[in-house]
Design a protein around this ligand. Sequence first.
Ligand code: ADP
Ligand code: MG
Length: 718
Amino acid sequence: MSETAPAQSRSLSAPQKALHKLGLVRDIDLALHLPLRYEDETRIVKLRDAREGQMAQIEGTVTASQIGHRPRRQLLVTLDDGSDTCTLRFFTFYPSHQKALAVGARVRVHGELRGGFMGWTMVHPAFHAAGGELPDALTPVYPTSATLPQAYLRKAVASGLHRADLSETLPPELLQELHAVVRTPWSLREALRYLHHPGPEVSLAALEDRTHPAWQRLKAEELLAQQLSQLTAKQERDALHAPALQARPGGLHEQLLAVLPFSLTGAQRRVVEDIARDLQRQVPMHRLLQGDVGSGKTVVAALSAAIAIDAGWQCALMAPTEILAQQHFTKLIGWLEPLLAPLGKRVAWLTGSQKKKQRREMLDLIASGEAALVVGTHAVIQEQVQFQRLALAVIDEQHRFGVAQRLALREKMQGTAAALPGHARADGGFVRAEPAEAPTQEPHMLMMTATPIPRTLAMSYYADLDVSTIDELPPGRTPIVTKVVADSRRAEVVERIRGQLAQGRQVYWVCPLIEESEALDLSNATATHAELTEALPGVLVGLLHSRMPVAEKKAVMSLFTDGQMGVLVSTTVIEVGVDVPNASLMVIEHAERFGLSQLHQLRGRVGRGAAASACVLMYSPPDGGRLGETARERLRAMVETSDGFEIARRDLEIRGPGEFLGARQSGAPLLRFADLATDTHLLDWARRAAPLMLARHRGLAEKHISRWLGARSEFLKA
Ligand code: ADP
Ligand code: MG
């Protein structure tokens, strides 16, 4: 988090290291590390007045202490508080425990009281010698890690809280507006002091469900920080220069439109207009194109590329997997090369697995500018690629790139646009040639995703992004019928496959991802492949899995694309993007193990042509049991709707936002306190407040961002 951290870490103690690992470096980080729950040690409860299940503190004299052996070895201590007795049980204990809890000792213990047949008991209570003053606030219990003792953390937080600068960052007019939303005015300082050490009279319920005004203030601050950081990112981008690309009447994109075998849907036309408008500006575009699987995003990318190429610039298209990149490449070559050839331009191809010689050729094409379009995996930016004039970068299935990857991508892109000649650095970056007085140019960016972002997320995490949506499928698609069947009906499913094959159709069979074991994963797919090969004599059944050499994958894929292969058995490698309109049946084995968006994406591989298509979700309940509630909810959602937005909404409900954002890969929770489902009033306030604050109180805004986000602000921009 701080630049000096690595150098320091050698001399740090174990708990200090653990603090750093939790991101608790600055005083303010500690002050913002809030309790999970509280323990009430402000009073001593008499056993006579205690309730079953109560977290209680009691004080008394040890009247017996012995080691029991049933059901297993344990230390049993009897404590008498004058009103009743209580048995303390310790399953792990040391001689020091026995000494402190010897007969006659006066102790104060804290734990959960259980009543019952044998009288009161407490299992593993906290204890110390009796006497001493009672604290006047509840004792906070902080989220911590195994190597960081609670007591150490408590002290660290208390001193962080004491030292941290908690001065007000909200200007009066915004505070006033906030108070209209939250009612009770709390300052950050008050809110933090209170949440760390609330008085004993507090309603624990309001603290724990975070409706308390102190929590409201914190959540409002956090959301504001997020909005400010994204707005700043947007402003920074708006200050940059990009080549202005004007679509010419009769230009390449119109020529492409003329040769397409279909006409655009209204939605496609609308998003192409959005993009064309962005490209005309001298400010880098930063647009997200969302459209359900099969809605036709590729052609939108091709038309955008055509505008850039027509204006004399280069365009890069990146896909998350080689297969997908290959498919784009084939498609785009088919569409664009006939139009590019008369101009002396080509489409280049770049992936990690490419042969050295071929890559060399491609790199030369790109550097000379002969390659007007470069298609590939993120090798496009990771390799030593030198564009002559890159003006537009399109990132397909952008949600498949993790947050960290997206950041790296952006950093690289920012160095790649070349209005001026320059050279690539060894690490793949780009150094502009001197003199660099002319304004530096950035490429326009178009990100595409089939996982639509629910509205609340779009308003918070993606506030700095312009969004275009394709909300219409190309005409002539028949809706996909989705069926959920138990694995015990496998034979019927195979029968169904036979029926489709007889009509000249093709079939996907997706095997489950077994996360714990790639080997198991594979053996499962191999077994299914053998089973289907045997059951379907005379039919070419192919197998595709992630550990196959790329060349082999491509060979299998092209047999399927050409229609020679009837059935393709695969692990989830086909999950994104593949487009084979003749495929009419998708079978997903162990569908209960897949996430909702994943199922939706897989299902989207069929129903791309005119044929009636179906998706069979096979499930196997655990031995003798029923499927879990979440799994059943997911399968139900799949049957009930095929609307990508509705699926995304339900997915958000079931899984929470982390998964959407790839936050798990980054390890950085993006919102710690606010909850987008319940805090929309605060989000609305933050959205109104952020632009005002940046315009009128820039210094305060910067202070606010750094207080809340520190080094994490970069993550929010990814
Ligand atoms: P996705 O949005 O999932 O990437 P694709 O771009 O792969 O979808 O398009 C899915 C299929 O629909 C492709 O075969 C594509 O050629 C076709 N397609 C795209 N737009 C149209 C249209 N307007 N009319 C008919 N077919 C279209
Ligand atoms: Mg696609």
